[in-house]
Design a protein around this ligand. Structure first.
Ligand code: NAD
Ligand code: MG
Length: 394
């Protein structure tokens, strides 16, 4: 076992902190090369004091100076800022492993920098892959980067597949992927009750503790839609071969069915440190700090079909993937704008899919032939989604 040198993009977030919690348990296995945050200067400074990275990056170009001031007594830590700083630490030869845990489209360029530099890339930032699908996977193939899924469902699928055939389901004898979903906090809400849910209610997930954006995505089922697209790219599959199963206990993290009728499931407590530790140490297994699973307390597993009428975001994501080209990037951008508006109290929960659908209907889909095209469509879709929000009656 040689020591791994980590860059953690989005170190102050839910995934970033869980990653550092696993790292803390294994000082002989991991050293931290770089840490990044968007705006939380004090939190990042505190993490730098504990983990002593060689570089610390504030994504906000204006915040680098404030971090440098807080770390003035630690001159060995180089402070960078902006997207260039993020891309630099993601591709630096001193780091061999990059945890891509920035939330949203902001993670695309640094994650891609890590891919192009041929790193072991631990992918939590699903939005980057959803936006750029084929180009992202082509970049992985070209550089020889080792892309390992951290999203709990995809990590579960990965664990249930032969490691050398994850991109060739037919050769592996895989017939179907069963993508599990908790159903979110509003699984049993009526369509009427959904109209008036608050941001805090949406962020109070029954099983998982996560950042606010992904919590809202879980509540609308857009998270499952993004994960459907993510699974298609990671495992070279089609939406027809992936079936969403609402499983409110969140113990089975996903399943893979084989030609002989075998269905393999990966289970565990809903704690992201399990998939994170799996990716960090793969193919070895290490302690993640996760308590042992007690099935006697859980008692039973339930399954139901998702309701696409109350939760249209899952349908919209599947349609955007089938549409292809820049449609998934438009879907993602419109969703980010709508979720931010909902969290700010400027949009009601049930208008999130309305804004996404209108944006998808307005923006012309183009072939996703370059990252520049994708970023341009992302910007166009954001603008359009904001206009659509302004047009709604107050
Ligand atoms: P979070 O909001 O808790 O943390 C996000 C991190 O990204 C923070 O460190 C923040 O400083 C940084 N960040 C935010 N905006 C940025 C910007 N514009 N530029 C650079 N950095 C920025 O989010 P999270 O819940 O940790 O989720 C991170 C990613 O992991 C998301 O893509 C999410 O979908 C995915 N994911 C999260 C979980 C989970 O349990 N939290 C599970 C599966 C997948
Ligand atoms: Mg997930």
């Amino acid at each position: 076992m040689s020591k791994r040198h980590l860059t953690i993009l989005g170190a102050t977030g839910s995934i970033g902190l869980s990653t550092l919690d696993v790292v803390r348990r294994h000082p002989n296995r991991f050293s931290v090369y770089a840490l990044s945050a968007a705006t939380r200067v004090e939190e990042l400074a505190a993490l730098c004091r504990e983990f002593h990275p060689k570089v610390a990056v504030m994504a906000d170009p204006g915040a680098g100076g404030a971090l440098a001031e807080l770390l003035a007594d630690l001159p060995d830590i180089r402070v960078l800022s902006g997207t260039e700083g993020l891309c630099e630490v993601a591709s630096d030869p001193e780091a061999d492993t990059v945890m891509a845990s920035i939330v949203g489209a902001a993670g695309l360029q640094p994650t891609l920098a890590a891919v192009r530099a041929g790193k072991r890339v631990l992918l939590a930032n699903k939005e980057a892959l959803v936006m750029s699908g084929q180009l992202f996977m082509d970049a992985v193939a070209e550089s020889g980067a080792e892309l390992l899924p951290i999203d709990s469902e995809h990590n579960a699928m990965f664990q249930c597949m032969p490691a050398d055939k994850i991109r060739d389901p037919e050769a592996a004898g895989i017939t179907r992927i069963l993508l599990t979903a908790s159903g979110g906090p509003f699984r049993n809400h009526s369509a009427e009750a959904l109209r008036s849910v608050s941001p805090d209610e949406a962020c109070a997930h029954p099983n998982w503790s996560m950042g606010r954006k992904i919590s809202v995505d879980s509540a609308t089922l857009m998270n499952k839609g993004l994960e459907l697209i993510e699974a298609c790219w990671l495992f070279n599959s089609k939406p027809d071969n992936i079936e969403v199963h609402v499983h409110p206990e969140s113990i089975i993290h996903s399943m893979v069915e084989y030609a002989d009728g075998s269905v393999l499931a990966q289970m565990g407590s809903p704690d992201m440190r399990t998939p994170i530790a799996n990716g960090l140490a793969w193919p070895e297994r290490i302690d993640a700090g996760v308590p042992s699973l007690d099935l006697f307390t859980i008692g039973q597993f339930n399954f139901e079909r998702p309701d696409l009428v109350r939760f249209p975001c899952l349908r919209l994501a599947a349609e955007a993937f089938e549409w292809g080209g820049t449609a998934p990037a438009v879907l993602n951008a419109a969703n980010e704008v709508a979720v931010a508006a909902f969290l700010d109290g400027n949009l009601c929960f049930t208008d999130i899919p309305v804004i996404i659908e209108r944006t998808l209907a307005t923006i012309t889909v183009a072939p996703a032939d370059s990252f520049e095209t994708i970023l341009a469509k992302d910007a166009e879709a954001r603008e359009c989604a904001r206009e659509q929000i302004d047009l709604l009656p107050v």
